[in-house]
Design a binder for this molecule. Structure first.
Ligand code: RUQ
Ligand code: CUA
Length: 664
């Protein structure tokens, strides 16, 4: 199906794009009206109306902003270690970053997706994808912490992820890179892509009440690049849609070789059908290895388990699960409108936006209106699936969100703008410039059944001259537009952490009341907890020394420890005894090779520290907790390896006699 006649066209398009990359909208300064400031203003002491959960891209983290102020409220570490919070450094949190490749302290987080009930955001969890070492995480919105991470077998570059079904039955993830499956010898020539490389789509089930994830099944598909996806909803509930590119199955210089075909595909997946096959025992159990990590709020400890099997359904063998729909040209975003009827594909290299109709897709399948097959999967005729095309909307369409009032908002990377268009008649109704080269966008609830169309936020790839210069790299920028009127109005720029890709936003009320204030000390099930100063102790176990320590304003117990020897591994198990909101204590000790601990009230966290030389090592609280925070400190004495000094520890007792100057 290679159309070599397209070659010159491709180069022409690429050349045009290259020139257009440098285009930027004029009059950057004058684009803001005078009433903008008041629209984004949230008075000191007042709360924002929305939470905005923004992916951190190559920071591996997720940040939480208030809207409309753009105030940064929190950075939640998900796939990358965070020394500020001890995430990935404390013994309790290290297992969260375990994978089949061992400890992986970094990843690239592109998409966030809030859990839904009946197609509406329910405020319980937010999911995120790791792009590099394929994983999906679940963040609990009571604690704003990562509660669970599951690795994806048979995958590489988990990009079309983590999108959910309307009752959070599944979190779905498609592989970006097709690769040889895990259970075959992957040591094959790279140019045997067509024969040996396969694309896998993972369906991760989510526990109704506890949110626990499990890979229910995977679907083996032809080897292409899966880029983005969204679930059907309402009438199309039971279906999932994925954009795919590189249907040329190129394995080198994709910028040219994967841009040859005039159309790539949207893949429609009938996951209810897949469930039937699964029930009928048509899934194959396949050997693999992947990590499943869970964090317990009771023991404040993560556990990592390595799983060795996954169930795979073969899309080629098992008919009626997957269909391809031609979509011009290297589609990126794949977005479903609130009614579930319209599926918008955004061809990065296309000069139009195709909008597909779910009803027409169903009819085309029933009528077998196929133009052939691709690697054993039926390809529906373009015209048979098409609702219509938005003509000349802009250049380089990427992503679309919806307002629930019949409008769609699409970002254009090359022409740097957000374009509002009507889903029914496909006419453009408004356009605003972005500064610059917008990627994703977000309307609160904009991919759910019930958008809250107050704002659209544009997440830009390039910042250039928008902020004070900070050397070669500038903070990426987000821009907030009021969309409550007919015209979009820019009201605020705000910097983001890492590189933002997708984001989600929701009315603050949906989440605010779930937020927990502290952990109950009585319920602390950490094996090393000390629930009061009476339970503190220091215990030697061979060359390991366990310090059961507590902290409360403004001291540690114990704060004098002796009898540690060079070569000992010291584990500081620090329990924060506070039972009050917003009173964490920190713990740091000189020479530690990892990071601090930041311990929430009622919680126990452990820092490993190795005694390398004899001497006195101070430790202290790193979080300003009271007027006497600076007094919150202690000393650890390390003696030479052969020392016979016994372990001793105390708080408030180890006081020198009045005239002794050199106590031994
Ligand atoms: S991406 S800018 Cu979601 Cu990784 Cu489109
Ligand atoms: Cu505790 Cu500062």
């Amino acid at each position: 199906m290679r159309k070599s006649s397209l070659f010159p066209t491709v180069f022409a398009v690429l050349a045009t794009l290259a020139i257009l990359q440098s285009c930027k909208p004029k009059n950057a300064g004058s684009a803001v009206n005078s009433d903008a400031a008041s629209k984004a203003y949230v008075a000191p002491g007042k709360y924002d109306a929305f939470y905005n959960f923004v992916s951190g891209g190559f920071s591996g983290q997720m940040s939480v902003y208030g809207l409309p102020s753009g105030r940064l409220l929190r950075v939640i570490p998900v796939f990358s270690v965070d020394p500020e919070k001890g995430y990935g450094y404390s013994e309790e949190s290290k297992p969260m970053l375990n994978t089949s490749h061992g400890f992986v302290p970094w990843d690239d987080l592109h998409h966030t997706e809030l859990s839904q009930t009946n197609g509406e955001i329910d405020g319980r969890w937010i999911f995120a994808n790791a792009n590099n070492t394929p994983r999906v995480a679940r963040v609990d919105l009571g604690s704003f912490r990562t509660s669970e991470i599951i690795e994806l077998p048979n995958s590489a570059g988990n990009h079309s992820s983590p999108f959910i079904t309307e009752n959070t039955e599944y979190v779905v993830a498609g592989t970006r890179f097709s690769v040889p499956p895990d259970d075959v010898n992957g040591d094959v020539p790279i140019n045997t892509y067509k024969q040996n490389f396969k694309g896998y789509i993972s369906f991760i089930s989510v526990g109704k009440d506890d949110g626990k994830m499990d890979i229910a099944f995977q679907i083996q598909c032809p080897g292409v690049n899966f880029d983005l996806s969204h679930a059907g909803k309402g009438k199309s509930h039971g279906w999932f849609f994925f954009s795919c590119y590189n249907t040329e199955q190129a394995n080198t210089l994709l910028e040219v070789n994967a841009s040859q075909r005039d159309k790539d595909f949207i893949m429609a997946v009938n996951w209810k059908k897949a469930e039937e096959y699964l029930k009928a025992g048509k899934g194959k159990k396949v050997a693999t290895k992947y990590a499943h990590n869970t964090y317990s709020e009771k023991s404040h400890t993560a556990v990592s388990e390595i799983k060795t099997e996954v169930t795979v359904l073969d899309a080629k063998e098992l008919k009626d699960i997957c269909y391809f729909i031609p979509c011009p040209k290297s589609p990126h975003g794949c977005d479903v409108d609130p009614t579930g009827e319209y599926i918008v594909g955004s061809g990065k290299l296309a000069a139009l936006i195709p909008v597909f109709s779910f009803d027409k897709i169903q009819k085309a399948i029933a009528d077998k209106a196929f133009e052939g097959d691709y690697d054993g999967i039926p390809v529906i005729k373009y015209d048979a699936a098409l609702h219509g095309e938005v003509k000349k909307p802009g250049l380089g369409p990427l992503h679309t969100e919806f307002d629930g009032k019949g409008n769609a908002y699409t970002t254009f990377f090359v022409s740097s703008e957000v374009v509002k268009w009507n889903i029914q008649d496909l006419k453009v109704v408004d356009r605003v410039p972005t500064y610059y080269s917008v990627g994703h966008l977000c309307v609160p609830g904009g991919d759910s059944k019930k958008p809250n169309p107050k704002y659209v936020i544009a997440y830009n790839k390039i910042t250039k001259d928008r902020y004070l210069p900070t050397g070669p790299e500038l903070a990426q920028s987000a821009q907030l537009y009021d969309i409550s009127g007919d015209k979009m109005q820019l009201i605020l720029d705000f910097p983001t952490i890492g590189e933002p890709h997708y984001a989600q936003a929701v009315a603050a009320d949906v989440i605010k009341s779930r937020s927990i204030k502290f952990y109950k000390i009585d319920e602390n099930a950490n094996p090393y907890v000390a629930k009061g100063e009476g339970e503190t102790k220091v215990v030697r176990d061979g060359n390991k020394v366990h310090v059961y320590m507590t902290c409360i304003r403004s001291h540690f117990s114990p704060d004098n420890i002796e009898g540690v020897r060079v070569g000992d591994e010291v584990y500081f198990h620090v329990t924060n005894l506070e039972q009050d909101w917003d009173v964490p204590h920190g713990f740091a000790i000189k020479g530690a090779n990892n990071a601090e601990l930041l311990i929430m009230p009622g919680e126990t966290q452990t820092l490993k520290w190795v005694a390398e030389k004899a001497g006195i090592f101070p430790f202290y609280c790193t979080d300003f907790c009271s007027a006497l925070h600076q007094e919150m400190q202690g000393y650890l004495r390390v003696s030479p390896a052969g020392s016979s000094l016994p372990i001793s520890f105390s708080t408030g007792k180890n006081i020198p006699k009045p005239d002794s100057t050199n106590a031994k």
